[in-house]
Design a binder for this molecule. Structure first.
Ligand code: SF4
Length: 190
């Protein structure tokens, strides 16, 4: 005897309802394992990938990230995440992640490991050299051919990122302006 599609679906729904009613509410199956986040420390953070700024809940055990998921209490995303944000735990748990400063000198074909102090001094030194070389006090405006005080450098550019919070963005842009940098951008706009 043939079974129509409608009868088949009706049978499936009744079977599922029977299974659901046979268990006691809230009672886990004897075979179900503990959820992997049981006993983990819970923290919240912001996704660093784009300017939407979705909130996440992070579970850690023994100092290691074991799970990340959308924060249902965050007003921006209310628990949802895009695929990039959904894979955020891979940033923390990734043996290909660089955790040390690697430097390749101009013209060299190999990378050298350096300290953070070395890198910060080097960045400061190169910023100062570039600024000194390219700083303009005055510039002629092409529209009216008059000279104006500009006090800026076009030799440097500043990039912000979505990992920065409001206050950090404020300080970053103030620092850029104080250096005379006019080219300030954000990673998410590029
Ligand atoms: S990358 Fe995705 S999850 Fe991250 S802030 Fe942007 S939209 Fe949200």
């Amino acid at each position: 005897m043939g079974v129509s599609r409608r009868k088949f679906l009706q049978g499936g729904v009744l079977a599922a309802a029977g299974v659901a009613l046979s268990g006691k509410p809230g009672e886990a199956s004897v075979d179900s394992p503990d959820i992997r986040t049981k006993g983990a420390k819970v923290s919240t953070t912001i996704c660093p990938f784009c300017s939407v700024g979705c909130g996440l809940v992070v579970h850690t055990k023994n100092g290691k990230v074991i799970n990340t998921e959308g924060d249902p209490q965050h007003p921006i995303n209310q628990g949802s995440l895009c695929p990039k944000g959904g894979a955020l735990f891979q940033i923390a748990n990734n043996d290909r992640r660089l955790q040390k400063v690697m430097y390749r000198a101009p013209g060299s074909d190999k990378w050298e490991e350096k300290s953070w102090d070395w890198a910060l001094d080097r960045i400061a030194q190169r910023m100062k050299e570039t600024r000194d070389k390219t700083f303009k006090v005055k510039e002629v405006n092409k529209k009216d051919n008059k000279e104006y005080v500009v006090n800026r450098t076009d030799g440097l550019a500043f990039f912000g990122g979505a990992g920065l919070d409001n206050e950090e963005c404020y300080l970053w842009s103030k620092f850029g302006r104080a250096m005379g940098v006019g080219n300030l951008e954000h990673q998410a706009r590029l």
